[in-house]
Write a protein that binds this ligand. Structure first.
Ligand code: DGL
Length: 278
């Protein structure tokens, strides 16, 4: 890698992070980027805390070795299970001048303004739901007017996306069932957070089964805006991120398979390289 090549790293367990990546490219096109998908070890949502942490830290280190000064973990499961350890234990010891950001905190900052009923639904992987990260973070930002947060784990949605079954009857049936279950738990929900970066790829079906008047929070544009704000406040980090509009893609699976789907999701030509982590 060239000496001046210091891209922003974007990591996900698979294709889902591309929904964030796409928005970063729109909002901050001048930067160099590396996208890394751990497709071979996906899904993370059903894995233990220890395993998600181990895999995520391996991926972050790989991105650092490529020159990234700043890494966005574009995965809710990894943000919920690994981010805190990486920020508090690993970075200070091994890479004190690098930064790793997640997607959960930036996603919830506008929730208190969005909900009128004070009832919010979260759709996520089993790992994200069990971590309790969303209810905890939402409680922290709105201590005076508590918001009721109801969660629904959707374990089939990530495999549907990873296997490109988005337009299948099965996909529609799982989406319908999970949404019905969420609203049965709390019919007052007026705002739903897509708490998994794979889920926007199912947006069309989700909208079909979403009760009228309910707002969907899609993380991509929110995370992109927050990153822009972060870089405008951290000039030193901004100066260390190179800006020649270069994009590189890595996957732990076959690059041929990755390119096929990634092309579709990003909407432009993707040529990835295979990488082995760990
Ligand atoms: N995109 C990941 C997330 O946001 C999917 C997790 C998985 O691999 O199960 O949680």
């Amino acid at each position: 890698m060239s000496e001046n090549y210091q891209p922003i790293g974007v990591f996900d367990s698979g294709y889902g992070g591309l929904t964030i990546f796409k928005e970063l490219l729109k909002e901050l096109p001048q930067y160099d980027y590396i996208y890394l998908g751990d497709n071979a070890r996906n899904p993370y949502g059903t894995r233990s805390f220890e395993v998600v942490y181990e895999y995520t830290w391996q991926a972050v280190q790989h991105l650092f070795e490529q020159g990234c000064q700043l890494v966005v973990i574009a995965c809710n499961t990894a943000s919920a299970k690994a981010l805190r350890n990486i920020q508090q234990l690993d970075l200070p010891v091994t890479y004190p001048d690098r930064r790793v950001l997640g997607v959960i905190r930036p996603s919830i900052e506008m929730i208190p303004e969005m909900t009128k009923t004070g009832h919010v639904g979260v759709l996520g992987t089993i790992g994200t739901v069990l971590s309790g990260s969303y209810p905890l973070e939402i409680a922290k930002i709105s201590p005076d007017s508590p918001i009721t947060v109801v969660q629904e784990a959707c374990p089939m949605w990530v495999p549907i996306v990873e296997n490109n079954l988005i337009n299948s009857l099965g996909a529609a049936s799982f989406v319908e069932e999970n949404l019905a279950s969420l609203f049965a738990k709390d019919p007052l929900i007026d705002t739903v957070i897509l708490g998994c970066t794979h889920y926007p790829l199912l947006s069309e079906i989700i909208y079909r089964f979403l009760p009228p008047g309910v707002t969907l929070l899609n993380q991509g544009p929110v995370v992109a805006e927050k990153l822009k704000d972060y870089l405008s406040r951290h000039h030193e980090m901004d100066a260390r991120c190179s800006k020649s509009g270069r994009r590189d893609y890595f996957t732990t699976e076959s690059s041929k398979n990755f390119d096929l789907l990634a092309n579709l999701f990003v909407g432009s030509e993707v040529k990835s390289q295979h990488v082995k982590l760990g």
